[in-house]
Structures are given as C-alpha cells and as structure tokens.
Design a binder for this molecule. Sequence first.
Ligand code: NAD
Ligand code: DAU
Length: 339
Amino acid sequence: MKICVTGGAGFIGGNFVYYMLDQHPDYDIVCLDALTYAGNLETLEGAMKNPKFKFVKGDIADRDFIYELFEREKFDIIVNFAAESHVDRSIEEPEVFLKTNIMGTQVLMDACRKFGITRFHQVSTDEVYGDLPLDRPDLFFTEETPIHTSSPYSSSKAGADLLVLAYYRTYGLPVTISRCSNNYGPYHFPEKLIPLMISRALANESLPVYGKGENVRDWLHVYDHCSAIDLVIHKGRVGEVYNIGGHNERTNIEVVKTILHALDKPESLISYVTDRKGHDLRYAIDPTKIETELGWKPVYNFDTGIQQTIKWYLDNKSWWENIINGDYQNYYKKMYEGR
Ligand code: NAD
Ligand code: DAU
C-alpha cells in the first residue's frame, strides 16, 4: 500500500505521517508538500530516518508536476491535508486560499481519475457548517447540517468539499470526506490560538484575546484526528462525509487561562483586542456517525491533553523558536499592531 500524504510538513499532516508509519509499518508513505510558510521539514526529521518514508516538494495546484508524480509513484490512497489553513490570513489575502484549497484539490482529483487510485480522502473542517449560537448548548453539527460558511478560508474548504462530492457522483471517483473540529497537539504552528498563547506567555508577552474571549471551540487532540482518518480511509463508505470531534468545548478565555495557570504566569498578560471579522461564535461536533459506523473513539480528554501539549512546547523550544524568530515577526506586527 502506498499513501500520498499532501501537506505532511504541516501540523496535522506531520502528525499523520508519524501515526501511519507507526500503525502500518508495511505501508510506503510519501509526503507531498510545497513548504509554504506553514510547512517545516524539521517536523519530519524523525520520519526522514524511516526507509518507508519519502518527502517530495511540490505544489498540489501544479498540474504538470502532479501528473508526472502520480504517473511515477502509482499511489493507492491520497490523503489531502495540503491547504492554506489560517482564518485570519484568509481575511487579509483570500486568493491563495482559493488557488490551493479549491484548485489544488481539483488537480489532485483529476490526477486520481487519470492514473487510478483506490481512495481519495479530503481532510475538511467543521467550519464549513458556519457557527452555532452561544446560548444553545443543545445544538451540534451533524453531517446533515447545511453548509453555511463565514470566512474566505471556510468558503474555500466548502468549495473543495462540494467538488469532491461532485467527482464522486459525476465520475464515480472513490472519495471520502472528514470534517474535524479544532485540533491541538505537537507541531502546531504558533499563529494558532494554543501555540501562540504558550509561546507568548513563556516570553511574558501580552496574549491577544479576540473580543471578550467568549467564542467556543471544540478541541480534539491531533492523535485522535489521525486515528479517525485512518479508520475512514480503510473502512469508511465511499461518497460519505464523517464528522470528527470529542465533545471538548471550551471558551477561548478558559483555554488561555488554563495555559497561564499551567505555566505559572499572571492573568494580567491577557489583552482583549479587536475581534476577528465575521468571527464564528461556537463550533460543536456530533460524532455519532463515525462512532457507531466505524467504532472510532478518542483517547484524549482536553484537560490532560492540553497539559501534555504544553509540556511538548516546553521540551521542544527550538522547533517553535526557529519559526517565531523568522518572517513570523513581520506577520505578527501586521496582524496585531494597533489592534
Ligand atoms: P498547516 O497550515 O499546519 O499545514 C498545511 C500544510 O500544507 C503545510 O505544510 C503547507 O506547506 C502545505 N501546503 C500549503 N499549500 C500547499 C500547496 N499548494 N501544495 C502543497 N502543499 C501545500 O495546516 P493544518 O492545521 O495541519 O491543517 C491540515 C488540514 O486539516 C487542512 O486541510 C485544514 O483545512 C484541515 N483542518 C485543520 C484543523 C485544525 O484545527 N488545524 C481542523 C480541521 C481540519
Ligand atoms: O474548527 C477547525 C478549524 O480550526 C480549522 O479548520 C482551521 O484550519 C484552524 O485554524 C482552526 O480555526 P480557528 O479559527 O478556530 O483557530 P484559531 O487558532 O485561529 O482560533 C481559535 C479561536 O481563538 C478563535 O475563536 C479565534 C481565537 N483567537 C485566535 C487567535 C490566533 C484569539 O482570540 N486570539 C488569537 O490571537
């Protein structure tokens, strides 16, 4: 079995590479990644030592390159993580989100049709469902919840999902889609809430909380996301969507305070800043379908998972310090100065 993991130099794709090498030592894993600002070969250092792993640099939207690669490698399964993934960046510069997330997905699926595969799996997000009200804790996203996006990022992911389902119905391409809630864990790029707050708190810098910090996210450890995708690509029914989440809803301010307490830092570091435009209020996944149909169960709960994640950032400072000492400084100034 040969699996192409696109976006494997990023946060979730990188964890998925390690998960698959560990769980399926007989599989060949090829990581295809363009190494954008979010891609990091240091994340894959451990995998590079494994003879069953190979890294290929390239853009999923580059049709000629992708066709040559598919013809040469003869993949069985494609798991498409490659994407522009940060909502705030999509609000500033939407174009690359459409190019990578929509056009890139189309190019990959055209290559799958041309050269043949047994499964194309699209890694999607709960953000395609829009948001839920804060005062209705009884409501959850199911696979039947209508697509109702808020940001250029989520719209581009929804566009890709619709194309994936169209390629199933029109061309019979064997596809599956998973829509997961917010992930946390090792190798999370420090533009995202949890690693941003850990790295800034450690430097005694202010922690920028959008609005009042009341928005709710449904956190899932990246390991549990990987185990769910592994099940979907092997046992999921083609043409189906599977929601992934572990019922770990927290307000942003709860998450930030948890991090501060764990690091023994004062709450006075919190700085309430101008809210994100179009900020989704609450995400919450109903994972009944994947639990009952495929027998998936998460192993992490947020309270222990977040402590382990904080420890990982303490133990792996050089990984994130290399990032925040580079171009990231300009990004942070542009996004947060005067906010
Ligand atoms: P990330 O930004 O950490 O990593 C994205 C990776 O894709 C990077 O390595 C980058 O170099 C690569 N990439 C970007 N454009 C590319 C292109 N044109 N060609 C090839 N490679 C390219 O993202 P992540 O947080 O790991 O998210 C991975 C996937 O999971 C995305 O599709 C995202 O929409 C989805 N997702 C993320 C979360 C989350 O909480 N992070 C939750 C649900 C779904
Ligand atoms: O739900 C899945 C999605 O989760 C994925 O599809 C996205 O790729 C991923 O980035 C994530 O999106 P969010 O926008 O929820 O994640 P982010 O870490 O950017 O923000 C989490 C919450 O924290 C959100 O309500 C905004 C808030 N926030 C974020 C940042 C970066 C702050 O209050 N301050 C910040 O500086």
